[in-house]
Design a protein around this ligand. Sequence first.
Ligand code: SAM
Length: 247
Amino acid sequence: MRQLIACALLVSVACSAPPAAGGRGHGDAPTAPEPQPHAHAQRPTADHRFDDAEAWSKVFDDPKRDAWQRPAALVAALGIEPDEVVVDLGTGTGYFLESLSRAVPQGRVIAVDVEPNLLAFVERRVARQKLTNVVWRLAEKDDPKLVERLDLVLVVDTYHHIGERSSYFKRLAKQLSPRGRVAIVDFRMGHFPVGPDDSHKLAPEVVEREMKLGGYALCKSWDGLPYQYVLIFAARCPATGAPKGAS
Ligand SMILES: C[S@@+](CC[C@H](N)C(=O)[O-])C[C@H]1O[C@@H](n2cnc3c(N)ncnc32)[C@H](O)[C@@H]1O
């Protein structure tokens, strides 16, 4: 528990603290590598639970996070249209839901996670914040259980928790609309006041390689966050879109 509190003080949303007593493992320390279809391109998957919603809310929803996570600026950078169907994949306690909900007044937000306790927390949050266009869905580790046409899949500090990522996102591509894209946000390499140790991170080049194996192209990256990279992928980049790397 002491380490969990230390982790919360660091505002580390992907920290390497072990679980509170009785848990199976909350931290981001990598486990033994899972067999990967393209082992040369992929790194170990951080496979552990985030089942203590109240404890993780202290980390994910720490008000100090807003200063570096810049949720409104990030959502604005994603170029969301008001009628889009947006997925928050690995929603956690739903930190991004209010910003996403506001961005799609005529659309819908689907909050997806593998942890029932987190989704119960999300359900309470959605009611409290009156987010009438947000629904939530319990996923399986290798299946997000998404059947609808999706315009945007946002993946914040979650990509490295997913196993066999190239094939996972290749399957997910079948659900994307013609304007569909996948935005991956994760910690940059380096020593920062927040985030895990470098050994637990994936370099953006690795993410790009894996997503290419899944059939995606990198359409845009956004440099507006101090500690995280933002990579926006699609099966085909819009011809009129900003050139790769533009902010
Ligand atoms: C570090 S948290 C990030 C939470 C949230 N995106 C945020 O930024 O506050 C990672 C989340 O991904 C979820 N997760 C892990 N593996 C997953 C998978 N295969 N599919 C969907 N969610 C997953 C975890 O339960 C956890 O809630």
